[in-house]
Design a protein around this ligand. Structure first.
Ligand code: TRP
Length: 374
């Protein structure tokens, strides 16, 4: 694959992702200053992930804000494919979703697609994906979502509710449309071909439950957009609003590709990593530094390719002025990689210790969040 090419599908992200190009390719809209201004007006501030354009793309977000301004509540829907432990990249959209829940008083439906990961990942058994679902749910709960406003479910445990909706969707999606959207071929198992209808179902559930149309906003990484193109396509045919979307970039891998892969432990910091493990991974991470300290001082580093800098920018340096200074100090050679690594490791470890404590407490609170219908 030539270096300027990249692939983004829900099951594969490869190459150096050009996010501007993705907006054109997928036909989404950028998050512009007008939208940022609306968030500021409605919530009092603009969170880091919007300010820094980590959430950079959207569909119908202005409509959601119009509804809210007109006094119509929207519902949030997001999810996770439980293929392993949670890493920091997964937390990013959930942290943003929590801000949306708090700021707009929105209910949240959180889907754990155990069916999807069973179908997609050969070595994973049903037993394993269910185990990861409950493991991942602890991370969601640990972030502090409101139990009164949040329900978490596994597809296989909420199937009486979801399956009839999924059937309505799958009846309206042809194989040829699914193949065009997802790139299936003749070796794709038939479960995967219809799975997308299960991911559509929660987008309609709030309307079905309310007995009237309810606006839904889906925060997700941009690779999930193909699913929701299908959802948005069938929505009017089923008599519902199209769900709105807000898309994030991918969290950088510690080894320097564009997406963190949960299947390669060294590329990511997991919420279950102990502090020493996290420090070791950060110490071994790919940076934008020069070969020697002397060269670094003379020529400066390249923060824009540096995973350590990206970590600070995406999650760990809340202060915009400080984030800017870090970049400048790196560019001018005033900063060495060792300093950055040490500072980041301290922050990551502090975060992990706090999160792991909350994660332990979440074990007793699981049943405040989980819903099942079988
Ligand atoms: N398919 C997603 C994944 O593999 C999980 C998911 C289900 C999801 N529903 C969602 C993600 C809604 C974002 C929004 O991670």
């Amino acid at each position: 694959m030539p270096s300027e090419e990249f692939i983004v599908t829900p099951w594969e992200v490869e190459g150096h992702v050009d996010y501007g190009k993705l907006i054109t390719l997928f036909g989404t809209q950028p998050i512009d200053d007008h939208i940022l201004g609306r968030f500021k007006k409605l919530t009092g501030s603009i969170p880091l992930m919007l300010r820094r354009k980590i959430f950079f793309s959207q569909r119908d977000l202005n409509w959601i804000l119009d509804c809210y301004e007109a006094g119509q509540r929207f519902v949030l829907y997001t999810g996770r494919g439980p293929s392993g432990h949670t890493h920091l990249g997964h937390l990013m959209p959930w942290v943003f979703t929590k801000y949306l829940q708090d700021s707009f008083g929105a209910d949240l439906y959180f889907q754990l697609t155990d069916d999807e990961k069973f179908l997609q990942k050969d070595p994973l058994s049903m037993h394993m994906v269910r185990g990861f679902s409950y493991d991942n749910a602890l991370d969601v709960i640990a972030l502090g979502f409101d139990p009164q406003k949040t329900r978490i479910f596994l597809d296989t445990e909420y199937v009486h509710t979801l399956y009839p909706i999924a059937l309505e969707v799958s009846k309206r999606v042809t194989f040829s449309a699914a193949r065009a959207v997802f790139g299936f071929d003749v070796s794709t198992n038939v479960g995967m071909i219809s799975f997308t209808s299960m991911q559509s179902a929660p987008a309609f559930l709030p309307s079905i439950e309310a007995g009237r149309n309810v606006p839904v906003l889906i925060p997700c990484a941009i690779d999930q957009d193909p699913h929701f193109r299908v959802t948005r396509d069938v929505a009017p045919k089923m008599g519902y609003y199209k769900p709105a979307l807000i898309h994030s970039r991918f969290f950088p891998s510690l080894l320097g590709q564009d997406k963190m892969s949960a299947s390669l432990p060294e590329t990511s910091i997991f919420t279950t990593d102990d502090p020493d493990e996290a420090r070791r991974k950060i110490a071994n991470a790919f940076t934008g530094g020069r070969a020697t300290v002397r060269e670094q001082r003379e020529l400066g580093g390249t923060p824009d390719v540096c995973t350590i800098y990206q970590y600070a920018f995406y999650l760990f340096e809340e202060d915009d002025r400080r984030a800017f200074e870090l970049r400048e100090e790196c560019l001018t050679g005033a900063r060495a990689c060792g300093t950055c690594k040490k500072e980041l490791a301290d922050k990551v470890v502090a975060f992990l210790e706090d999160h792991q404590r909350k994660r332990e407490q979440a074990k007793d609170r699981l049943e405040d969040f989980m819903v099942r219908d079988c």
